[in-house]
Design a protein around this ligand. Structure first.
Ligand SMILES: NC(=O)C1=CN([C@@H]2O[C@H](COP(=O)(O)OP(=O)(O)OC[C@H]3O[C@@H](n4cnc5c(N)ncnc54)[C@H](O)[C@@H]3O)[C@@H](O)[C@H]2O)C=CC1
Ligand SMILES: O=C(CO)COP(=O)(O)O
Length: 332
């Protein structure tokens, strides 16, 4: 395979995806914004901080120079946190001289305005720029350890989705294509809010019944918002919807779930976030989802209570009580 890809973001997910592409025979360049961290990666040939013990394949190199990225490949895969997504693309664009194809694996909204990330991409580049999103149940450590994983590649340009699938797909990493960008984006962003809520419930000592109820009613909320924003209902029953929701609400590898667990056990938001020490996308997604729900008149009670715990100092137990005290209604 004589293909090249540049991965932007040298955290756990960007590193795992770069290792995956390189293992598949693709020449891969991993970019990170922190030159000292990148120097360590170059020296150790592994990412000690995020994926210790996984030696980089030979065809994986690293850089902190966006000009080098722009010269290396016309295909980039962005895996920086959502708060850095727009800024990273703007800085990258300044170095571009040729056509570009953009994929991203970031899960979240643009923080300033709650826009979906495909809107950010279309604004910065053009609506014609080949664009695709990677999402679904995929913990970085398990992908890097080559454990079987299945994900969704969403794009309105089937040729580009297939091209990306060709680079990433392997026996241990199955890719499914989907044309519903909005549904896949909303599923990936809002499941992090539900994972915090599920963690809170477990941290408070509630049981499996509560967790299953939160996942099911959480899915309902995600569908209501996603369909309102233009996503397709069936997308939310797939890997990037229910699949990722189950993963992050039930497994302690999830930073969002662990953050919620710490809150339920009595830690404050700052202490809980410091304990995790990595990106917790659900914190900002709770705010953005809450504001979108208000803007579009969508009923999202779990999101609302999670928002109030994170931003208004509501006690986790009171949040659960508020949910339970809601009036009896038909299941929908
Ligand atoms: N870790 C995982 O298992 C998965 C993560 N994701 C998504 O991938 C995205 C990145 O998450 P992780 O890599 O897991 O986070 P992480 O916490 O492991 O690493 C975050 C990375 O972002 C970098 N960063 C921080 N501020 C930055 C800035 N202003 N500009 C550029 N880079 C900056 C950090 O230096 C670090 O390399 C998130 O949206 C997350 O939801 C998606 C699927 C799986
Ligand atoms: O999105 C993820 C797995 O699909 C990772 O979830 P966390 O960010 O909660 O760890």
């Amino acid at each position: 395979m004589n293909k090249k890809i540049a991965v932007l973001g040298s955290g756990s997910w960007g590193t795992a995806l770069a290792i995956l592409a390189a293992r598949n025979g693709c020449r891969t360049l991993l970019w990170g914004h922190n030159p000292e961290h990148i120097a360590l990666l170059a020296q150790d040939r592994q990412n000690q901080r995020y994926l210790p013990g996984l030696v980089f394949p030979e065809n994986l190199s690293v850089t902190s120079d966006l000009a080098e990225v722009a010269a290396f490949s016309s295909l980039i895969l962005v895996s920086v946190p959502s708060h850095a997504f727009k800024d990273t693309l703007l800085k990258f664009k300044a170095h571009l001289t040729n056509e570009i194809q953009i994929a991203w694996a970031t899960k979240g909204f643009n923080p300033d305005d709650g826009c979906l990330l495909h809107e950010v991409v279309a604004d910065i580049f053009s609506a014609q720029t080949p664009a695709a999103l990677l999402s679904g149940p995929s913990f970085a450590k398990e992908v890097a350890a080559d454990l079987p994983t299945a994900i969704t590649i969403a794009s309105s340009q089937p040729d580009f989705a297939n091209h990306l699938a060709d680079i990433l797909h392997s026996e241990r990493f199955r890719t499914y294509t989907n044309s519903d960008l909005i549904g896949v984006e909303v599923g990936g962003a809002v499941k992090n809010v539900m994972a915090i809520a599920a963690g809170i419930a477990d941290g408070l000592g509630f049981g499996a019944n509560t967790r299953a109820a939160l996942i099911t009613r959480g899915l309902n909320e995600i569908i209501r918002l996603g369909v309102k924003l233009g996503g397709k209902q069936e997308t939310f029953m797939g890997l990037a919807g229910l699949g990722d929701l189950i993963l992050t609400c039930t497994d302690n590898q999830s930073r969002n779930r662990r953050f919620g667990l710490a809150l339920g056990q009595g830690k404050n938001t700052l202490a809980a976030a410091q304990e995790i020490g990595q990106e917790i996308e659900g914190i900002s997604a709770a705010k953005e989802t809450y504001l979108l729900a208000k803007k579009y008149g969508v009923d999202m009670p779990i999101t609302e209570q999670t928002y109030k715990v994170l931003y208004e100092g509501l006690a986790p137990l009171a949040a659960v009580q508020n949910l339970l005290a809601r009036e009896q209604k038909a299941e929908s």
